[in-house]
Design a protein around this ligand. Structure first.
Ligand code: IMP
Ligand code: MG
Length: 185
Protein backbone atom coordinates (compact mmCIF):
# COMPACT_ATOMS: atom_id res chain seq x y z
CA UNK A 1 0.00 0.00 0.00
CA UNK A 2 1.19 3.44 -0.96
CA UNK A 3 2.05 5.93 1.82
CA UNK A 4 -1.11 7.97 2.37
CA UNK A 5 0.84 11.24 2.23
CA UNK A 6 1.24 10.62 -1.51
CA UNK A 7 -2.50 10.69 -2.22
CA UNK A 8 -3.84 12.86 0.59
CA UNK A 9 -5.83 15.71 -0.92
CA UNK A 10 -6.86 17.59 2.23
CA UNK A 11 -7.75 16.95 5.83
CA UNK A 12 -11.49 17.59 6.03
CA UNK A 13 -12.01 16.89 9.73
CA UNK A 14 -9.18 16.98 12.28
CA UNK A 15 -8.77 14.61 15.22
CA UNK A 16 -9.62 17.51 17.56
CA UNK A 17 -12.85 18.29 15.69
CA UNK A 18 -13.84 14.62 15.80
CA UNK A 19 -13.14 14.41 19.53
CA UNK A 20 -15.25 17.52 20.22
CA UNK A 21 -18.18 16.32 18.09
CA UNK A 22 -18.10 12.76 19.49
CA UNK A 23 -18.18 14.25 23.00
CA UNK A 24 -21.30 16.25 22.07
CA UNK A 25 -23.00 13.30 20.39
CA UNK A 26 -22.22 11.02 23.35
CA UNK A 27 -23.80 13.51 25.73
CA UNK A 28 -26.85 13.98 23.52
CA UNK A 29 -27.38 10.22 23.11
CA UNK A 30 -26.99 9.72 26.85
CA UNK A 31 -29.77 12.25 27.46
CA UNK A 32 -32.03 10.88 24.74
CA UNK A 33 -31.70 7.25 25.86
CA UNK A 34 -31.53 7.80 29.63
CA UNK A 35 -33.52 5.04 31.34
CA UNK A 36 -34.14 3.17 28.07
CA UNK A 37 -33.11 -0.33 27.07
CA UNK A 38 -30.70 0.57 24.25
CA UNK A 39 -28.76 -1.60 21.82
CA UNK A 40 -26.02 0.15 19.88
CA UNK A 41 -25.44 -1.58 16.55
CA UNK A 42 -22.05 -0.99 14.97
CA UNK A 43 -22.05 -1.36 11.21
CA UNK A 44 -18.82 -3.13 10.35
CA UNK A 45 -16.28 -2.40 9.37
CA UNK A 46 -16.30 1.37 8.88
CA UNK A 47 -18.19 2.07 12.10
CA UNK A 48 -15.72 0.45 14.49
CA UNK A 49 -13.70 3.44 15.63
CA UNK A 50 -16.63 5.85 15.76
CA UNK A 51 -18.71 3.34 17.74
CA UNK A 52 -15.87 2.66 20.19
CA UNK A 53 -15.31 6.37 20.82
CA UNK A 54 -19.03 7.13 21.04
CA UNK A 55 -19.56 4.39 23.65
CA UNK A 56 -16.77 5.84 25.77
CA UNK A 57 -18.41 9.25 25.64
CA UNK A 58 -21.77 7.97 26.86
CA UNK A 59 -22.83 8.05 30.47
CA UNK A 60 -25.32 5.21 29.91
CA UNK A 61 -24.58 1.49 29.57
CA UNK A 62 -26.07 0.15 26.31
CA UNK A 63 -25.75 -3.34 24.88
CA UNK A 64 -23.55 -3.51 21.79
CA UNK A 65 -23.99 -5.69 18.73
CA UNK A 66 -22.55 -5.64 15.22
CA UNK A 67 -23.67 -6.19 11.65
CA UNK A 68 -21.45 -6.49 8.63
CA UNK A 69 -22.71 -5.43 5.22
CA UNK A 70 -21.26 -4.65 1.87
CA UNK A 71 -22.63 -3.36 -1.36
CA UNK A 72 -21.50 -5.09 -4.49
CA UNK A 73 -21.74 -4.86 -8.27
CA UNK A 74 -20.22 -1.44 -7.92
CA UNK A 75 -18.36 1.14 -9.90
CA UNK A 76 -15.02 1.85 -8.32
CA UNK A 77 -15.63 4.18 -5.41
CA UNK A 78 -19.39 4.29 -5.09
CA UNK A 79 -22.01 2.05 -3.61
CA UNK A 80 -24.57 0.24 -5.77
CA UNK A 81 -27.18 -0.47 -3.17
CA UNK A 82 -27.09 -4.20 -3.80
CA UNK A 83 -26.44 -4.85 -0.16
CA UNK A 84 -25.19 -8.17 1.12
CA UNK A 85 -25.39 -9.11 4.81
CA UNK A 86 -22.23 -10.91 5.90
CA UNK A 87 -22.95 -10.92 9.62
CA UNK A 88 -26.33 -10.41 11.22
CA UNK A 89 -27.21 -9.37 14.78
CA UNK A 90 -27.07 -11.92 17.58
CA UNK A 91 -29.57 -9.90 19.57
CA UNK A 92 -33.33 -10.15 19.19
CA UNK A 93 -34.31 -6.50 18.86
CA UNK A 94 -38.09 -6.90 19.07
CA UNK A 95 -39.49 -4.30 21.45
CA UNK A 96 -36.07 -2.77 22.11
CA UNK A 97 -34.48 0.60 21.28
CA UNK A 98 -31.91 0.32 18.51
CA UNK A 99 -29.31 2.86 17.44
CA UNK A 100 -27.43 2.09 14.22
CA UNK A 101 -23.94 3.57 14.06
CA UNK A 102 -22.53 3.98 10.55
CA UNK A 103 -19.40 5.64 9.22
CA UNK A 104 -20.79 7.48 6.23
CA UNK A 105 -24.03 7.92 4.34
CA UNK A 106 -23.62 8.54 0.64
CA UNK A 107 -26.39 7.45 -1.77
CA UNK A 108 -28.37 6.24 1.25
CA UNK A 109 -28.87 2.78 -0.23
CA UNK A 110 -26.97 0.84 2.41
CA UNK A 111 -28.81 2.44 5.31
CA UNK A 112 -32.18 2.23 3.58
CA UNK A 113 -31.64 -1.49 3.12
CA UNK A 114 -30.62 -2.11 6.74
CA UNK A 115 -33.44 0.03 8.10
CA UNK A 116 -36.03 -1.87 6.06
CA UNK A 117 -34.58 -5.15 7.20
CA UNK A 118 -34.50 -4.20 10.89
CA UNK A 119 -37.97 -2.61 10.88
CA UNK A 120 -39.53 -5.98 10.08
CA UNK A 121 -38.16 -7.18 13.43
CA UNK A 122 -40.32 -4.61 15.23
CA UNK A 123 -37.91 -2.75 17.51
CA UNK A 124 -39.44 -0.23 19.93
CA UNK A 125 -37.46 2.45 18.09
CA UNK A 126 -34.83 2.55 15.38
CA UNK A 127 -32.52 5.52 14.93
CA UNK A 128 -29.38 6.24 12.95
CA UNK A 129 -26.15 7.95 13.97
CA UNK A 130 -23.62 8.62 11.20
CA UNK A 131 -20.21 10.19 11.49
CA UNK A 132 -20.25 11.70 8.00
CA UNK A 133 -23.01 12.73 5.63
CA UNK A 134 -22.45 13.36 1.91
CA UNK A 135 -25.81 15.07 1.56
CA UNK A 136 -25.47 16.09 -2.10
CA UNK A 137 -25.00 12.45 -3.10
CA UNK A 138 -28.31 11.19 -1.76
CA UNK A 139 -30.32 9.03 -4.16
CA UNK A 140 -32.64 7.38 -1.67
CA UNK A 141 -34.24 9.38 1.14
CA UNK A 142 -32.97 8.04 4.42
CA UNK A 143 -33.55 9.00 8.01
CA UNK A 144 -30.43 10.32 9.79
CA UNK A 145 -31.15 11.19 13.42
CA UNK A 146 -27.64 12.08 14.57
CA UNK A 147 -24.83 13.22 12.33
CA UNK A 148 -21.22 14.21 13.02
CA UNK A 149 -20.21 16.26 9.98
CA UNK A 150 -21.33 17.05 6.46
CA UNK A 151 -18.61 16.33 3.92
CA UNK A 152 -18.28 17.26 0.24
CA UNK A 153 -18.58 14.85 -2.66
CA UNK A 154 -15.07 13.43 -2.37
CA UNK A 155 -13.78 9.97 -1.53
CA UNK A 156 -12.68 10.07 2.12
CA UNK A 157 -10.63 7.88 4.45
CA UNK A 158 -9.46 7.67 8.05
CA UNK A 159 -11.06 7.20 11.49
CA UNK A 160 -12.41 3.76 10.61
CA UNK A 161 -13.10 4.55 6.96
CA UNK A 162 -10.95 2.69 4.48
CA UNK A 163 -9.50 3.15 1.08
CA UNK A 164 -9.09 -0.36 -0.32
CA UNK A 165 -9.12 -1.68 3.26
CA UNK A 166 -6.29 0.57 4.45
CA UNK A 167 -5.96 3.83 6.36
CA UNK A 168 -8.68 3.03 8.91
CA UNK A 169 -6.23 3.75 11.76
CA UNK A 170 -5.76 7.44 10.97
CA UNK A 171 -7.18 9.81 13.62
CA UNK A 172 -8.55 12.33 11.08
CA UNK A 173 -10.81 12.29 8.00
CA UNK A 174 -9.08 13.15 4.73
CA UNK A 175 -10.01 13.20 1.07
CA UNK A 176 -8.15 11.32 -1.63
CA UNK A 177 -6.53 12.82 -4.69
CA UNK A 178 -7.55 10.00 -7.04
CA UNK A 179 -5.07 11.19 -9.69
CA UNK A 180 -2.24 10.33 -7.27
CA UNK A 181 -3.71 7.15 -5.85
CA UNK A 182 -2.58 3.73 -7.08
CA UNK A 183 -4.80 0.77 -6.26
CA UNK A 184 -2.83 -1.86 -4.27
CA UNK A 185 -2.02 -5.24 -5.82
P1 IMP B 1 -24.34 4.43 0.38
O1 IMP B 1 -25.04 3.09 0.38
O2 IMP B 1 -24.14 4.95 -1.01
O3 IMP B 1 -24.98 5.44 1.28
O4 IMP B 1 -22.87 4.17 0.84
C1 IMP B 1 -22.54 4.02 2.15
C2 IMP B 1 -21.34 3.12 2.30
O5 IMP B 1 -20.39 3.31 1.26
C3 IMP B 1 -20.67 3.47 3.60
O6 IMP B 1 -21.06 2.57 4.59
C4 IMP B 1 -19.21 3.35 3.26
O7 IMP B 1 -18.78 2.05 3.66
C5 IMP B 1 -19.10 3.46 1.78
N1 IMP B 1 -18.59 4.79 1.41
C6 IMP B 1 -19.28 5.83 0.89
N2 IMP B 1 -18.49 6.89 0.65
C7 IMP B 1 -17.25 6.51 1.05
C8 IMP B 1 -15.99 7.18 1.09
O8 IMP B 1 -15.83 8.35 0.69
N3 IMP B 1 -14.95 6.46 1.58
C9 IMP B 1 -15.07 5.18 2.01
N4 IMP B 1 -16.23 4.52 2.02
C10 IMP B 1 -17.31 5.18 1.54
MG1 MG C 1 -19.86 1.26 5.69
Amino acid sequence: MQDYHEFLDEILVTAEQIEARVTELGAQLSRDYEGKDLIVVCLLRGGIIFTADLLRHMSIDPEVDCMSLSSYGVGQYASSGNVRVHLDLRTNIEGRHVLLVEDIVDSGRTLAHVLNMLRTREPASLRVCVLLDKKMRREVPVQVDYSGFDVPDKYVFGYGIDIDEHCRYLPFIASVDLSKYRKPG
